[in-house]
Ligand binder design. Structure first.
Ligand code: ADP
Ligand code: MG
Length: 750
């Protein structure tokens, strides 16, 4: 008898005590650890029934209508209930790739009525363990064994029957009963057999070594055991009516076991009523939380609103080194509106690599200084901070303001004097890494904080600033062109400005994929040679992945020595990597900036921000190991002048399809937004942004690329309730619910 006292909060590890699905302790552990791995940040001890029920099917199969062999046609997608006649695995003759043999494994089978010629279900296997695997399959698929096979059936001329190719034999499900005793009624537990056939069934991605069928049984039993009261409604009634949602209870049941009435197509596209309801719910609470935060910020006054009069505008015009683009003018207008307002600015400035964000920041900083306030600019690396300091000092050379770089390589005496000058208000603008706020530099009157390359930092800066009692205007800049949908959510508490236009006179970069072989490498070498002879400079970048940092570093160092001694002995080659001391890095960078170093070999420390307009070639080694957005960032280091620039992607592993697709996109477009959207599709938002870094909440049901329309609806509803906060007790309750939600806290700056 199942114990009916489970709830959404019940831990998976406790499920065996409740007799759910005859779940043993060992299986419960596997289940919990599998789900923990899918739910970032959870320990297997904390995984609950709620987490389990949010492990959604990757697809569904309609087994309510089992097809007979007689009714098969070429290309038909169908489920067949079959019985094994014969099975065998054998090597494919004449086919032997490098070290590996290819095997074929085939089952010939018939259906209950022997309605047609025996069909064949088959797959390829390779790898050292293939013979063992085949042996185990031969044991499993003995004559008479009953199984379900679903997929696209092809009329197979060499076998003279219909056949179904599987990716893995695991995909077929062995069922209780066999050819002698085929009916579910005769099996030990007819109820369990009926979960898997004669209905629409969910197919789950394997978890640890729990197969789809096992997962289906466990989830079915959990749903059956869970009392309705523990799936109580969470959304207000009027909202459910307005959006025509089904109840939460129905949604959770139906997302696992689709009812007959809804098209399976809607399920496959995640657009069934169950999907819509659960996706909405997830996005709604987040949207409400973010709106509440934003509302609170806007209502809380900052030190002083800035004035921006004609004198100030003239001063700005006098320092501009070039004519601003239309997009730059537009975002400056948006920033000015915030600077003039009583509410603290919290704005994200997004612009593709090289779109000219720096000058926008400088103008905002100048406004603060003209209003007798100080400005701070924080960059993610010392190299970048130094570059900004150099640039800004140059741009503002004719102004009366004192601009200083505060970085780690200052001697302690110098640092102390500088801090004192900042506290006394003698320094008007400070540039540094975010040590600026971490080391609690005191300002006399900080009016504006600019944070460059936000995605490298994480999201807590505004919170940190505020915690230090500095409720100032904040401008956050990022070159990771996050698709607008994502920005809206991740930075839901930020207003967003976008520079969507490049400064004039840029020649589009030519991007080309090369293989890691002698002839391709020769071509690359010739390109580098001719560019350097023409006076240009070159980057050669190696990946650096955390797990194998040492190995990669050795790789990069070795390649550096090889390039220096063997390939380009006549040129000057430099090496820069993250393990070097800041002074060494700066020194190396300086020599590259001055042109003394012609080829800079590097790990990805140069990924963001670095601006050396004379560099014309970016060579990326092991390009397949980089994410799209990262590749785009790297490519953005060249093409900064009018000359033709090149991005060379060396792919040592052309095998994996995703890698090839990814690199192909790089060849096709230079548009950072398109690339980011593609990246999002291929990898999911968590990976793109580095969830931990960016503070992007993990979604369990929602997918921001796919569910943009639902997100918009959720934001609209959230604002509706926020506006009712004064009148409606229900709205107040909802707001109280999200106020302390950790996910919301994490999702927004400050
Ligand atoms: P990012 O947005 O990547 O930070 P930068 O601010 O470093 O870009 O600008 C890239 C380059 O373009 C710099 O060399 C900068 O001087 C130049 N630039 C920026 N805006 C303009 C403009 N309106 N006209 C001409 N050049 C510009
Ligand atoms: Mg920049």
């Amino acid at each position: 008898m199942p114990d009916s006292s489970i709830s959404l909060e019940t831990r998976i590890l406790d499920l065996p005590n409740h007799g759910v699905a005859r779940l043993g302790l060992l299986t419960a552990r596997k289940l919990a650890s599998g789900i923990a791995a899918n739910t970032s940040g959870k320990d297997l001890n904390q995984v609950t029934v709620e987490d389990l029920l949010h492990y959604l099917p990757m697809r569904y199969e309609d087994r309510s209508k089992l097809t007979r062999i007689r009714d098969l046609t070429d290309g038909l997608e169908a489920s067949l209930e079959l019985f094994v006649k014969l099975c065998q695995g054998r090597p494919v003759r004449g086919w032997r790739s490098y070290r590996q043999r290819l095997y074929i494994f085939e089952i010939s089978a018939t259906d209950r009525e022997r309605s047609g010629k025996d069909v064949v279900v088959w797959t390829f296997l390779s790898g050292p363990r293939a013979p063992q695997i085949i042996e185990s399959y031969e044991k499993k698929f003995r004559r008479g064994v009953r199984f379900i096979a679903f997929g696209k059936w092809e009329s197979d001329s060499s076998r003279r029957t219909y056949s179904l190719k599987l990716h893995k034999p695991d995909e077929i499900e062995v069922l209780p009963g066999d050819v002698e005793r085929p009916l579910p009624e005769t099996t030990e537990d007819p109820a369990i057999a009926a979960i898997h056939v004669g209905r629409r069934v969910p197919i789950y991605r394997r978890l640890n070594d729990l197969r789809p069928k096992q997962l289906r049984e466990i989830i079915h039993a959990t749903l059956a055991t869970l009392p309705d009261s523990s799936l109580a409604e969470t959304l207000p009634n009027d909202l459910i009516k307005r959006q025509r949602f089904i109840s939460r209870r129905e949604a959770i049941h139906q997302i696992h076991f689709p009812p007959e009435a809804i098209s399976l197509d809607d399920y496959e596209r995640s657009r069934s009523p169950a999907h819509r309801r659960l996706i909405f719910e997830e996005l709604f609470w987040l949207a409400l939380g973010l709106s509440v935060k934003r509302d609170r910020r806007i209502k809380e006054p900052k030190g002083a609103a800035f004035k921006i009069d004609d004198a100030i505008k003239r001063r700005i015009a006098s320092v501009l080194p070039f004519k601003l683009t239309g997009a730059q003018r537009r975002v400056i207008k948006e920033i000015f509106r915030d600077l003039r307002s009583d509410a603290p600015m919290n704005r994200l400035l997004q612009g593709d690599v090289g779109s000219g964000k720096t000058i926008v920041a400088v103008i905002a900083m100048l406004v603060a200084m003209e209003n007798n306030c100080q400005a701070a600019l924080m960059a993610p690396t010392e190299i970048l901070a130094e570059q900004h300091a150099r640039n800004i000092k140059r741009i503002l050379a004719s102004s009366p303001y004192r601009i200083e770089l505060l970085n780690g390589s200052l001697k302690s005496g110098e640092k102390k004097r500088l801090r004192e000058a900042i506290a006394a208000g003698e320094v008007h603008a400070v540039i540094g890494t975010h040590a600026l706020i971490q080391e609690s530099v005191t300002f006399k009157q900080l009016g504006l904080a600019v944070i460059d390359e936000q995605h490298r930092f994480g999201v807590m800066q505004r919170a940190e600033l505020r915690a230090r009692g500095m409720n100032t205007d904040v401008l956050v800049m990022t070159a990771t062109p996050i698709p607008r949908s994502l920005a809206m959510t991740v930075y839901g508490d930020l207003d967003v400005s976008i520079i969507d236009e490049m400064p004039p006179g840029r020649t589009p970069i030519v991007t080309k994929i090369f293989a890691d072989n002698a002839s391709d490498r020769k071509e690359v070498k010739q390109l580098l040679h001719s560019e350097i002879v023409a006076g240009r400079q070159v980057y050669v970048v190696y990946p650096l992945v955390e797990e194998s940092e040492k190995l990669d570093l050795r790789d990069a160092t070795r390649r550096y020595e090889y390039l220096r001694d063997k390939v380009f002995p006549k040129f000057s080659v430099g090496l820069i990597h993250g393990r070097m001391k800041p002074e060494e890095k700066d020194e190396c960078m300086r020599r590259f900036v001055t042109g003394e170093i012609q080829i800079l070999v590097s790990t990805t420390v140069i990924e963001v921000g670095v601006d050396v307009p004379n560099a014309s070639v970016m060579v990326v080694e092991h390009a397949e190991r980089f994410g799209l957005s990262q590749l785009h960032q790297l490519r953005g280091r060249v093409g900064r002048g009018a000359q033709q620039s090149y991005c060379v992607l060396l792919a040592s592993d052309k095998q994996t399809e995703v890698a090839r697709e990814r690199l192909g996109i790089m060849e096709q477009t230079n548009d950072g937004f398109k690339i980011a959207e593609k990246d999002l599709e291929l990898r999911g938002p968590g990976e793109i942004m580095g969830t931990r870094q960016a503070g992007l909440p993990e979604f369990r049901v929602a997918n921001l690329v796919r569910d943009l329309d639902v997100l918009q609806a959720a934001r609209k509803e959230a604002d509706f309730y926020l506006n009712q906060a004064d009148k409606s007790a229900e709205a107040q309750k909802m707001i109280a619910r999200v106020r302390d939600d950790a996910r919301v806290k994490l999702a927004a700056v400050g």
